[in-house]
Design a protein around this ligand. Structure first.
Ligand SMILES: C[S@@+](CC[C@H](N)C(=O)[O-])C[C@H]1O[C@@H](n2cnc3c(N)ncnc32)[C@H](O)[C@@H]1O
Length: 261
C-alpha cells in the first residue's frame, strides 16, 4: 500500500535524477531537505548512475546476457536530467538478447518498471531481506545454470550488517560460478562525522527507512566470499572504469566494487 505522506527512496532518488514531476509532495520536501543537508547530492546520484552504466557496458562486453538488478529503482526512460539511459536499456542496446530482471520493494518502482521497460525487462516486487522471494523471481526469469550479473546499486546501505551479509551469503550459495556482483554504496569514509550524522538523520526523518553509511573497510567486507576484481578494486564511483581522464579530487561519490563468484 502506498502512503503518500512519506517519501520513498525510489521516488526521491528518481526526483534527484530528474523525475520531479512524478514526485509526491512528501518526496519533494525530502529532496529539498537532502539538497540542503548533503553537498552536491545531485552529483553523487549522477556519478552513481554513470558508473553503473559503465559497469553494465563492461559486463555485456565480456558476455553477460542476464542481469538481476536488485533494488533497481524506478526506471527513468527519458526523464533523467542528463538523458542517461536506464541500465536495462544499455544492456539491451549492447546485447539485444539480454534478460533483465528488476527487483525492488517499492511498488511504485515496479509499476513504473513494468510500464516503461515493457519488452526490455521483467519487474518483480520483493524485499531483499526475503531472499526466498528474491530467488523465486530470479528462477522465474533467469537461467541459474548460466552466469548472472547482479547489480546492487545504492541499496545495500538500506540493509543492516546482518541483512546485507545474509543476502551476500545467499547470492554466493545460489549463483553459478562465473557470476558477478556490482555494488555501489554510501560511504562515511573521508566525510566529516557530523555531516554523515546530519545526512543520515535527515534521510531517516523523511523516509520510513534506516540508512547505514559504511566505511571503506565495511563496504569491502560486504563482498564476503566473492572475489573483488582488482583492478578496479574498491574505488569511488568516479574512478570505476573512467572513460575520460581522472576526475577532480573533490568530486562527490559512493564507493563501488565488482566481484566474481
Ligand atoms: C537509491 S535507490 C537506487 C536505485 C538504483 N539501484 C540505482 O542505483 O540507480 C535504492 C532503491 O532500493 C530500493 N530498496 C531499498 N530497500 C530495499 C529492500 N529492502 N528490498 C528491495 N529494494 C529496496 C528502493 O526502493 C530504491 O528503489
Amino acid at each position: 500500500m502506498i502512503n503518500p505522506f512519506i517519501a520513498t527512496p525510489s521516488r526521491t532518488y528518481a526526483s534527484l535524477r530528474g523525475a520531479e514531476n512524478d514526485a509526491l509532495a512528501a518526496d519533494r520536501e525530502a529532496v529539498a531537505e537532502l539538497r540542503a543537508a548533503i553537498d552536491r547530492v545531485d552529483d553523487v546520484v549522477r556519478e552513481n548512475a554513470e558508473a553503473l552504466i559503465r559497469a553494465v557496458r563492461y559486463l555485456t562486453g565480456i558476455g553477460f546476457d542476464q542481469f538481476a538488478d536488485l533494488g533497481g529503482g524506478r526506471p527513468m526512460q527519458g526523464l533523467d536530467a542528463r538523458k542517461l539511459p536506464d541500465l536495462a536499456v544499455v544492456a539491451a542496446h549492447e546485447q539485444p538478447e539480454t534478460r533483465w530482471l528488476l527487483i525492488d520493494s517499492d511498488i511504485t518502482a515496479i509499476t513504473a518498471g513494468r510500464a516503461l521497460l515493457r519488452g526490455i525487462a521483467q519487474a518483480e516486487q520483493a524485499d531483499l531481506r526475503d531472499t526466498t522471494k528474491v530467488f523465486q523471481a530470479v528462477e522465474a526469469h533467469l537461467d541459474l545454470d548460466r552466469p548472472i550479473a547482479v547489480i546492487l546499486g545504492a541499496v545495500l546501505h538500506f540493509l543492516t550488517d546482518q541483512e546485507a551479509a545474509q543476502l551476500m551469503a545467499d547470492l554466493w550459495d545460489r549463483l553459478p560460478a562465473g557470476s558477478m556482483v556490482v555494488v555501489t554504496h554510501l560511504t562515511s569514509t573521508g566525510v566529516d562525522p557530523e555531516v554523515v550524522a546530519h545526512g543520515k538523520a535527515t534521510y531517516e526523518a523523511q523516509h520510513d527507512i534506516r540508512i547505514y553509511p559504511r566505511t571503506v573497510g565495511e563496504i569491502t567486507a560486504l563482498a564476503g566470499n566473492f572475489a573483488i576484481a582488482d583492478p578496479p578494486s574498491v574505488v569511488r564511483t568516479i574512478e570505476f572504469m573512467p572513460e575520460e581522464g581522472p576526475s577532480p579530487e573533490e568530486a562527490p561519490h559512493f564507493l563501488m566494487w565488482m566481484a566474481t563468484r
